[in-house]
Design a protein around this ligand. Structure first.
Ligand code: SF4
Ligand code: SF4
Length: 97
């Protein structure tokens, strides 16, 4: 069995962070709740055009706003983003130690 990177709670208990991996942009409604709850600047809102091209979230061409993983390396694996997502868009993984 693989050894995963673990942390320790203040009380000394071990826990395994589950880092953000993907966001299902087909399910995402662009509500921004995950963006607001993440204190690590990992996520960002983008716009998608009718043809699926990525544009600025506030571009006139944007037909839909969705969340994206912009800076995965900043994630601490707290899973708060998933807890506030009503559409179950976000997947997480532990990483090998
Ligand atoms: S798991 Fe935590 S740190 Fe990582 S993207 Fe979600 S809210 Fe941010
Ligand atoms: S909370 Fe879920 S539905 Fe809302 S923007 Fe984030 S990933 Fe999309």
């Amino acid at each position: 069995m693989a050894d995963f990177l673990t942390g320790t709670t203040r009380g000394g208990q071990s826990w395994t962070p589950k880092f953000v991996e993907t966001i299902d942009q087909k399910q995402c409604i662009g509500c921004g709740r995950c963006f607001k709850v993440c204190g690590r600047g990992v996520l960002n809102m983008i716009g998608l055009t009718e043809d699926g091209d990525i544009v600025d979230a506030f571009d006139d061409e944007a037909e839909k706003k969705v969340m994206t993983v912009e800076t995965a390396a900043n994630c601490i694996g707290c899973e708060s983003c998933s807890k506030v997502c009503s559409k179950s868009c976000i997947t997480h993984v532990p990483v090998a130690a």
